[in-house]
Design a protein around this ligand. Structure first.
Ligand SMILES: [Zn+2]
Length: 271
């Protein structure tokens, strides 16, 4: 019962990236971080920190920006800060949390390791890199502090966990599908092409991918609300729309579950 880790590096359109994989038996999770124009976007998890060190060592970075405080995005932050003295920028609301010891369920510590405390600074609405101005797009839903970063010169979008998969089947208990829908709509109002996702990696036609996801979620919301209107409760709606059970639901003790999709939609309708 040992966690296996591995990583691969690649580069596309002047973006260098490293992909770390953690695996226990049949459960395999992966995470990316990206380097472009002196900026490192996200830092991977503590569990792949050793795997990512050669990537960091070869990187030419002035600053680290973080899409959200989840441990698979912030696990390398403390190392980058102490080893290279790099400034780290993130959503102001998550700075205090990241300065403390991390609290999250044991299964997440098992896969992602224990995120070490680090000192971050508020990122603001825009930032500059060597050759580009960037727009910071608040994109809550997956997490309250979630941000996406748009390189205005290249039209490349670094979307954190906004995309991940076009047909989301399970979400975290705290996530909100209606808020994610609004965040995707907001993001689509910007001009971007390529997308760099922390779990799906490089998506060449990012706009089309994100539009696809938006349509899927809107349809899911429509179906959920239609059943709710007929008098069905969240559990019944869930078993009709998501008859299949997913392994992550078991090993996360329900923190990841498709029922949270339906519940977040029904709850929003009741507010
Ligand atoms: Zn996340």
């Amino acid at each position: 019962m040992f966690l296996k880790t591995k990583s691969t590096q690649d580069e596309v359109s002047n973006v260098r990236f490293v992909n770390g994989v953690v695996q226990l038996n049949s459960v395999k999770l992966n995470v990316y971080c990206f380097e472009t124009d002196g900026v490192l976007i996200d830092t991977g998890s503590q569990s792949v920190a050793e795997e990512f060190k050669p990537f960091f060592a070869q990187a030419d970075i002035d600053q680290v920006v973080i899409t959200h405080a989840h441990e698979d995005h912030t696990g390398g932050a403390q190392f980058l800060q102490t080893e290279y003295g790099l400034p780290i920028f993130m959503n102001e609301m998550a700075i205090e949390e990241c300065a403390q010891k991390a609290y999250y369920p044991l299964y997440r510590k098992y896969f992602w390791g224990a995120r070490r405390p680090f000192e971050a600074r508020p990122i603001g609405e825009t930032f500059k890199s060597r050759n580009a101005d960037w727009t910071v797009i608040p994109t809550p839903g997956h997490a309250k502090d979630h941000l996406a970063f748009l390189n205005n010169e290249t039209g490349q979008l670094f979307s954190g966990d906004l995309y991940v998969h076009p047909k989301t089947k399970v979400i975290l208990r705290d996530e909100s599908i209606p808020t994610i829908i609004s965040s995707i709509e907001k993001t689509l109002s910007y001009d971007f092409g390529e997308l760099f996702c922390c779990h799906a990696g490089y998506v060449k036609d990012g706009r089309v991918a994100l539009q696809k996801k938006l349509l899927y979620l809107q349809e899911l919301r429509g179906n959920t609300l239609a059943l709710h209107k007929k008098g069905y409760g969240v559990r019944e709606i869930h078993s009709q729309l998501f008859p299949k059970k997913y392994p992550i639901t078991y090993f996360s003790f329900g923190e990841w579950n498709s029922i949270h999709i339906n519940r977040s939609i029904v709850n929003e309708g009741n507010e």
